[in-house]
Design a binder for this molecule. Structure first.
Ligand code: ZN
Length: 489
C-alpha cells in the first residue's frame, strides 16, 4: 500500500475540480499502471501538467484525444541514453520515451549539459557525474568537446596517485553539486582505475546517498578479467560502502554469462544489497573504437574477431589493418560490436529483474527502436513478456531506481492522479521498431500520442515542432546548494 500514496495528494485536490474542463482528456483508452495494477478502459483528465483525474466517467477537455483501442501508459523512462541532441530526442519520443537520462557514463560537464538543454528539450533529461571525465581532466587529458569517452592512453590505462584520486573526488563532488543524479563509471574505459579507486568512488556516492551506475570492468569468460569477476567487483564495492549499484547493459557486459550475472544481482538483492540492472534487445553493442575497451586482449575476452566489428555508416567489416588505423586515431569513430546471440538476448529481456534501457547513440538501432522492439517482439510475437510487465520494465522500475537520486521521480513512471502527465498512447497491435543496423535512425511506428508534462509532443504519430516541454531531473546536490543560497539556516 505504501506505493499508492506517491501521487495521491494532488489527486485528492484535483478531484474537487472534476466538473471543470481539463487542458486535455485522453478518452476511452486501455489505461495501464504497473504500480496499482490498473488495466481498464478509463478517461484521463490532464491539467497544469499533471494527471488530474482517471475515471470511467466522461470528462470534458479543451483537447480530446480519442484512444479507443490504444494503450495509455506512463511515458517510458530510459536510464541510459547517450544521444541527447534533437535528432535522437525525436526518435526517442516516437519510441514512447518521455525521459531519457545520460547515467551510464555521464555528461563531462553537468552544468554545461543542463544549461545547453534548458528550454530546448523535447523530453525530460538529466545526467550523472562522470568519473571517466573527472579522471581524464585530472590526468591532464580532458575529453574533447562533444565526446563522453576518452581515447585509450596513459590517462585511461595508468593507476591514479592518491593525490589524483583526491582530485577526482573533488571534481565529482562539484559535479554532484551542479545537479548530477549519480556517479557514472565506465570502468572498462578506465582500466587503470584500481579496485581501490573504484571503492573510493562508491564511498563518495554513499556519502551523498546516491547510486553508482556502471559499465563494469570487463566482459567475456577469460579469467582473470571475466564478466563474472567484474560483476563481483562492483557488488563488492556496493556491499562495503553501502552505495546503491545499477549495472548497465548486463546483456553486452556479461554476454554468454548474462543469466549467471543476473543471478548474482538476484543473490545480492536477496542479501539486502541495493543492486539493479538493465538490458537492450539487440545482439550487437556499439562503442568508440579508440577507447580502452579495445586495449590488447579484446578479441580473446569477447571471443570475436576483427570482422565482427562493423562501421555503422558504411557497413564495413573491419580487418586487422583497418582496426589498427581506427583504434590509434585521435578522432572518435563508433563501431558496432557483434558479440552476443539472439538466444541470450531472448533470455535476458523477460527476466523480472531486468529493466529496459536503450544505451541509445546515433548509429545503432537501439537509439530509435528499443522500446517498440520489446513491445513488438517479446510481448506480441514471442509472448515471453506480458504487456503489464513490459510497461513495468519501462516505467515503474526505472522510476523507482531514480527515486534514489531525486524525489521528483516519485511522480514519474506512474499513471495515477497527481503524477506528472508524461504519458504514451500507443497501438499494441501495430507498434514496432523500424530502425535497423543499415538504417539506425528510422523511427518506430505505433506511438500515436506522447505527452511530456501535459504538452503533446507526438500527435497522431507525428512530432510537433517547436515545443520544448522537457525538464531537467536534478540530483539533491543542486537542490541543497540552491536552498542554502536562499536561506542561510
Ligand atoms: Zn556501456
Amino acid at each position: 500500500m505504501r506505493k499508492l500514496i506517491f501521487c495521491l495528494f494532488l489527486g485528492v485536490s484535483a478531484s474537487f475540480a472534476a466538473a471543470q474542463q481539463y487542458d486535455a482528456v485522453i478518452e476511452g483508452g486501455r489505461a495501464i499502471d504497473p504500480e496499482t495494477g490498473l488495466d481498464a478502459v478509463r478517461n484521463i483528465g490532464i491539467r497544469d501538467g499533471k494527471i488530474a483525474r482517471i475515471t470511467p466517467d466522461t470528462l470534458s477537455g479543451v483537447r480530446v484525444i480519442h484512444a479507443t483501442g490504444l494503450v495509455v501508459a506512463p511515458g517510458f523512462i530510459d536510464l541510459h541514453q547517450h544521444g541527447q541532441d534533437m535528432a535522437s530526442q525525436r526518435v526517442k519520443a516516437l519510441d514512447g520515451v518521455t525521459t531519457a537520462l545520460e547515467l551510464e557514463i555521464g555528461a563531462p560537464d553537468v552544468a554545461q549539459f543542463l544549461t545547453a538543454k534548458e528550454g530546448k528539450s523535447l523530453i525530460n533529461y538529466g545526467t550523472s557525474a562522470s568519473h571517466v571525465a573527472a579522471r581524464a581532466a585530472v590526468f591532464g587529458a580532458p575529453l574533447p568537446a562533444g565526446t563522453i569517452l576518452p581515447k585509450s592512453g596513459p590517462a585511461t590505462n595508468q593507476p591514479a596517485t592518491p593525490e589524483q584520486i583526491e582530485a577526482i573526488r573533488a571534481r565529482l563532488r562539484s559535479e554532484l553539486d551542479a545537479g548530477g543524479l549519480a556517479i557514472g563509471m565506465g570502468i572498462q574505459y578506465t582500466p587503470g582505475a584500481t579496485r581501490l579507486e573504484v571503492i573510493d568512488m562508491f564511498r563518495l556516492a554513499a556519502e551523498r546517498a546516491l547510486p553508482v551506475y556502471t559499465h563494469i570492468r570487463s566482459a567475456g569468460r577469460v579469467e582473470p578479467g571475466s564478466g563474472i569477476e567484474a560483476v563481483s567487483e562492483v557488488i563488492g564495492a556496493a556491499a562495503v560502502t553501502g552505495a546503491a549499484l545499477h549495472i548497465v547493459h548486463i546483456n553486452s557486459s556479461c554476454l554468454h554469462d548474462s543469466m549467471e550475472c543476473i543471478s548474482m544481482v538476484a543473490g545480492a538483492r536477496a542479501r539486502g544489497l541495493d543492486v539493479t540492472t538493465e538490458a537492450y534487445p539487440y545482439i550487437a553493442g556499439m562503442t568508440a573504437i579508440n577507447s580502452a575497451l579495445f586495449n590488447p586482449g579484446w578479441r580473446e575476452k569477447l571471443g570475436i574477431g576483427y570482422g565482427d566489428l562493423v562501421l555503422p555508416d558504411t557497413g564495413e567489416h573491419l580487418t586487422k589493418e583497418r582496426f589498427e588505423e581506427l583504434h590509434n586515431s585521435s578522432t572518435t569513430h563508433w563501431v558496432l560490436v557483434f558479440a552476443n546471440t539472439q538466444e541470450i538476448v531472448d533470455k535476458v529481456i523477460p527476466n523480472p529483474l531486468v529493466m529496459i534501457a536503450s544505451d541509445g547513440v546515433e548509429g545503432h538501432p537501439r537509439n530509435a527502436g528499443t522500446f517498440s522492439r520489446v513491445l513488438a517482439e517479446y510481448v506480441r510475437e514471442k509472448g515471453t513478456v506480458t504487456l503489464m510487465d513490459a510497461i513495468r520494465k519501462m516505467t515503474l522500475m526505472p522510476a523507482e531506481m531514480l527515486e534514489r537520486s531525486t524525489s521528483a521521480a516519485r511522480h514519474k513512471g506512474r499513471l495515477q492522479e497527481g503524477c506528472d502527465a508524461d504519458v504514451v498512447v500507443f497501438d499494441p497491435a501495430t507498434i514496432h521498431d523500424r530502425a535497423t543496423f543499415q538504417k539506425p535512425m528510422e523511427p518506430s511506428v505505433g506511438v500515436r500520442y506522447l505527452l511530456v508534462g501535459g504538452t503533446v509532443v507526438v500527435d497522431g504519430g507525428k512530432i510537433i515542432d517547436g515545443v520544448f516541454p522537457g525538464r531537467a531531473l536534478l540530483g539533491p546536490g543542486k537542490e541543497l546548494i540552491s536552498r542554502a543560497g536562499r536561506d542561510p539556516e
